[in-house]
Ligand binder design. Structure first.
Ligand code: COA
Length: 382
């Protein structure tokens, strides 16, 4: 008889802090250096594009010129939503529905039109990764159109994912070139992040040898929460609630006294600063100046400084991305869906890596409930 595996109880009820759950070669966090496939996030944000970064995440190398052209064309072409799919999207209620809930259902529904839906081969997963990544942005923009009683705009085949997103979101208008560049940088910064909650959710679902769409639906559900991707939306709502620079410090102190979380601050892994926040902070400074709302940046700086002084905690990726998106006129409840528009690249990479060397995730639970109970007929229960 095989022996039962040894049980390690050190991380029980601590959110698996410090547990190494799998090997991975997609992205790494060493100190405050984040790298995708060995390239630092600063290098990629400066020099790459989201399309190239997605290729890198999926293939463990940079594309050749021809491969880069192909991935750009494939992502732009596959972004088109079919009339049947748009009709199904329109049939979904959108009033009073959070866009992340809507996105979760929409992505699940995508599988019904995908000829590779049940095929878990590496080739089919590469094709599905392209389709999922291409369509995620188009779906978020379709939501914005549909909830405003407008017709979704289709993407242009010769434009980047960032350009198409910024254009489709505004009904097909020509987006500002610098906004497209900044949005592309945001997509690169959010594309992957080691074994975060939603990447882990992707891998857990994949590990049962379920299909890629199911894994991505799990990931969207995990990202939606305010302790993960939902924080960027909460940061903007918090800034709006605070209202003025003068109230920012007191707001933080009150929140800490009340043992409430200040959104966009703190991180399980980075204790010395999130490198993505450093990049976004500079962009936020520039964009809020241009939009005439620099007070939002100044409030953010005060919150950032006060949290550091009071708790030694620093901002994460969600803190400054909020004012970056706000300055570009993006509706606040779309910030978390935008996180998904980017993170889909990383989720697909994690699913593909998991399929390659899979064993089902099946941890143990430590029993703290009752034992030896005896069933009684309903008439005899007190
Ligand atoms: N505001 C106030 N206090 C915070 C805080 C925040 N944003 N983040 C952490 N803390 C405090 C906790 O209250 C706790 O304090 P205590 O030891 O006095 O009880 C301590 O710091 C550890 O926090 P904990 O929640 O256990 O850390 P974690 O590693 O489990 O969680 C986060 C990490 C990111 C979930 C957490 O920092 C958080 O909730 N941040 C706000 C949400 C957010 O921005 N999420 C996006 C993550 S990218």
């Amino acid at each position: 008889m095989a022996e039962a595996p040894q049980i390690y109880e050190g991380a029980i009820d601590k959110g698996l802090e410090g547990i190494v759950a799998c090997t991975t070669a997609i992205s790494s966090i060493q100190g405050n250096t984040l790298s995708y496939r060995g390239f630092t996030i600063e290098d990629l944000a400066q020099n790459s594009t989201f399309e190239e970064t997605a290729f890198l995440l999926w293939n463990d190398r940079l594309p050749t010129a021809a491969e880069l052209e192909k991935i750009k064309t494939d992502l732009a072409t596959e972004a088109t939503l079919s009339p049947e799919f748009i009709s199904a999207l329109k049939a979904m209620p959108s009033k009073g529905v959070h866009p992340m809930a809507w996105l979760r259902t929409a992505v699940s529904m995508m599988a019904h039109w995908d000829q590779d839906a049940q095929d878990n081969s590496p080739e089919a997963n590469q094709r599905k990764a392209v389709r999922l990544t291409a369509k995620m942005g188009a779906i978020v923009c379709a939501f914005e159109a549909i909830r405003n009683g407008k017709e979704p705009v289709q993407p242009k085949k010769d434009k980047s994912l960032a350009w198409n997103f910024m254009s489709m979101l505004k009904g097909g208008a020509e987006p500002k070139a610098d906004h497209v560049k900044i949005f592309d940088t945001c997509l690169i910064l959010h594309a992957d992040h080691e074994l975060n909650c939603s990447a882990f959710a992707t891998r857990v679902t994949t590990s049962s040898l379920s299909d890629l769409h199911s894994a991505i639906v799990s990931a969207i559900g995990a990202l939606k929460g305010p302790l993960h991707g939902g924080a960027n939306e909460q940061v903007m709502l918090m800034l709006k609630r605070i209202g003025t620079i003068e109230k920012a410090q007191q707001f933080v102190k009150d929140a800490l006294n009340a043992k409430e979380k200040v959104m966009g601050i703190g991180h399980r892994v980075y204790k010395d600063g999130d490198p993505r926040a450093a990049i976004l902070r500079k962009i936020s400074d520039k964009l809020t100046k241009e939009s005439g709302e620099h007070h939002l940046y100044e409030m953010s700086i005060l919150i950032d400084d006060t949290m550091y002084k009071e708790k030694g905690l620093m901002p994460n990726v969600d803190f400054y991305s909020a004012t970056v998106y706000y300055s570009m006129g993006i509706p606040i409840d779309l910030y978390t869906p935008i996180f998904a528009v980017s993170r889909i690249a990383g989720w697909c990479a994690h699913a593909m890596e998991q399929y390659e060397k899979n064993r089902i995730y099946r941890p143990r639970g430590k029993w703290t409930g009752k034992m030896n109970q005896t069933w009684k007929p309903v008439a005899q229960r007190g």
